[in-house]
Write a protein that binds this ligand. Structure first.
Ligand code: MN
Length: 290
């Protein structure tokens, strides 16, 4: 039986990270049945870290933190001041993840989340590699793992495919840097939902499940059957986290970075409960068919 920890992104429940919002998000994550909560660190300044950690532990939930960078704090830039600001953001975010009790820090750790007007430069790529080598070293001292989330062309120019991510991870050359696949992005960039999973194999360390329009699982056209069979074929036992975004729940920063202009649902807790059942049913069906 598949035993992947199942997670949900905090933006299903709340747009901000005030103590009340974090407390409600933790309660809703637990109520929907999930094992872990993923928090974006885009608005991290507000988080009451000791209180959040206590509430997560009391609920028995794991925590994963994620983020993208910004165009003025971007480690893929060729402007060293911009690279330095991006690096500082990564260092502080890694520390916050650790302080919250998390072991996984993932996302677009290598660039801003947004549309670039040109391809990645060689010098910019070298800066990504150098910064992430340092961050991986820092992370390993806390037994932490970094995820490279493969994002589509409209959100980054650094890694758009699983093959790109593997090349970047090879160049970083650290055991605690894993590949993070997301079905929403794969739908735009990959040939299908199976080959990237087989290519990444045991270097897959984190998964985002999202529909093609980022709404209700099963309401779009993504081939989740192929994807979940592929995960089973590589014996993936890592986290699987549901991501969905609607203009009904707005983060002042992340929603704009992700171009969340449409209302795909209003009731986050109902969406989350459905997603949990969907994931459990899918994993169960794949498992039973083996
Ligand atoms: Mn994602």
């Amino acid at each position: 039986m598949a035993t992947n920890p199942l997670g949900v992104h905090a933006l299903v429940f709340a747009g901000g990270t005030t103590p009340d919002e974090v407390e409600a998000t933790i309660a809703e994550t637990k109520a929907a049945g999930f094992d872990l909560l993923e928090m974006s660190l885009h608005d991290a300044a507000q988080i009451d870290i000791p209180a959040a950690r206590k509430a997560l532990e009391a609920a028995g939930l794991g925590i994963v933190c994620s983020r993208g960078l910004a165009f003025d704090a971007d480690v893929s830039s060729t402007d060293l001041a911009v690279v330095e600001r991006g690096s500082a953001l990564l260092q502080s975010s890694l520390q916050i993840t650790h302080n919250l009790g998390g072991t996984h820090f993932t996302g677009a750790l290598y660039s801003a989340l947004g549309k670039y007007g040109q391809p990645l430069s060689e010098a910019g790529r070298s800066n990504v590699v150098a910064v992430l080598q340092e961050l991986a070293k820092e992370a390993s001292q806390h037994n932490m793992t970094l995820g490279l989330e493969v994002c589509n062309r409209y959100e980054t120019n650094v890694i758009n495919t699983a093959a790109d991510a593997l090349r970047l991870a090879d160049d970083i050359g650290a055991d605690n840097v894993v590949i993070h696949l997301d079905t929403y992005h794969m739908n735009i960039e990959e040939d299908d939902f199976r080959r990237p999973v087989m290519l990444v194999g045991d270097r897959l360390g984190y998964v985002h499940i999202g529909e093609n329009h980022r709404g209700y699982l099963g309401s779009g056209h993504l081939d989740f059957n192929s994807f979940f069979h592929a995960l089973a074929d590589i014996d993936y036992t890592g986290p699987i986290t549901f991501e969905s975004f609607s203009s009904a729940v707005v983060s002042p920063t992340l929603s704009n970075d992700l171009a969340i202009w449409r209302n795909l649902w209003d009731d986050g807790p109902a969406l989350a409960a459905h997603a949990y059942r969907y994931l459990v049913n899918m994993l169960g069906a794949v498992d039973a068919s083996r």
